[in-house]
Write a protein that binds this ligand. Structure first.
Ligand code: BG6
Ligand code: MG
Length: 216
C-alpha cells in the first residue's frame, strides 16, 4: 500500500500568497521590514511560530496579550481574503492527479500546518478525496518536525517508506525527509532543491518518476 500526502497552502491552492499578503499587512502595522525572501522562511510554519519569526526580524518584543491580538488579527485578514475561495481556485492538475491516484489505489492524505485547512478543503469541495486529514488543530509541533506526516501515515495505516510527501516549503521538505518519506518539492525556490524530486507545479508532477522512487 502506498500513500501520497499533500501539503495544502501553495501545493493544492494558491493560499500561500494570501498568507504572505496578510503577514505583510501585520508587518506594516508593526513596522517590520518584510520581503518575499523573508516569507519563504514562514512557509509551512504554524501561525504562532510565524509571528515569532517576524518579531525577531523586527527586533520587537510583545507581551502575551499583544501577541495573541496580532495572531487573531492576521487570521481575520487572511480568512477575509480567502472567503470567496472555490473549486476554480484549485491549481490546475489537482483533480486529474487525485483521480489517477484513486484508480491506482494509492491513498491520499493531507498534511497541513493550517488550522483553517478543513474549512479551505470544504470551500474547494475536495474533502471526499482524502483518506486521512491531519491539520494544525491536531499537531503540537510545527514543521520541520515530522509529526504532521507521521500522524498521517498512522491514520492511513501506511508505512513511512511507502509515503510520498508533496510540499512547497523548506520546513515541509525537511519534515518529510526526517519522517523517512519520499520528499517531492513543488515550486522552484532554491530552498526546496534538496528534495528527492522537484516539479514546478502540481500539474507537472510525473507520476512514473515519483513511483520510480519506490522499490516496488
Ligand atoms: C501553512 C502555511 O500551510 O499553514 C503557513 O504555509 C501558515 O504560512 C500555516 O502560517 C498556518 O496556517 P493558519 O491557516 O492556521 O494560520
Ligand atoms: Mg505549503
Amino acid at each position: 500500500m502506498k500513500a501520497f500526502i499533500f501539503d495544502l497552502d501553495g501545493v493544492l491552492v494558491d493560499t500561500a500568497h494570501y498568507h504572505f499578503l496578510a503577514w505583510s499587512e501585520i508587518c506594516v502595522s508593526l513596522a517590520i521590514p518584510f520581503s518575499k525572501e523573508d516569507n519563504e522562511k514562514l512557509k509551512g510554519i504554524d501561525r504562532r511560530n510565524s509571528l515569532k519569526i517576524l518579531l525577531k526580524l523586527g527586533d520587537i518584543k510583545l507581551d502575551e496579550t499583544q501577541f495573541d491580538y496580532w495572531l487573531i488579527k492576521k487570521n481575520e485578514i487572511y480568512t477575509e481574503m480567502i472567503d470567496k475561495l472555490n473549486r476554480n481556485d484549485l491549481f490546475i492538475g489537482v483533480i486529474p492527479l487525485f483521480e489517477e491516484l484513486k484508480k491506482r489505489n494509492i491513498k491520499i492524505g493531507l498534511g497541513s500546518a493550517s488550522k483553517n485547512a478543513k474549512m479551505i478543503l470544504k470551500k474547494l469541495d475536495i474533502v471526499n478525496y482524502f483518506d486521512a486529514i491531519v491539520d494544525g488543530n491536531m499537531t503540537t509541533l510545527s514543521k520541520p518536525d515530522p509529526q504532521v506526516f507521521l500522524l498521517n501515515a498512522d491514520k492511513l495505516g501506511v508505512q513511512v517508506e511507502k509515503c510520498a510527501v508533496f510540499e512547497d516549503s523548506e520546513a515541509g521538505i525537511d519534515a518529510a525527509i526526517t519522517a523517512n518519506m519520499k520528499a517531492i518539492a513543488i515550486g522552484n525556490d532554491p530552498s526546496i532543491k534538496h528534495a528527492d524530486l522537484v516539479f514546478e507545479n502540481i500539474n507537472s508532477v510525473d507520476l512514473n518518476k515519483v513511483l520510480s522512487l519506490y522499490d516496488n
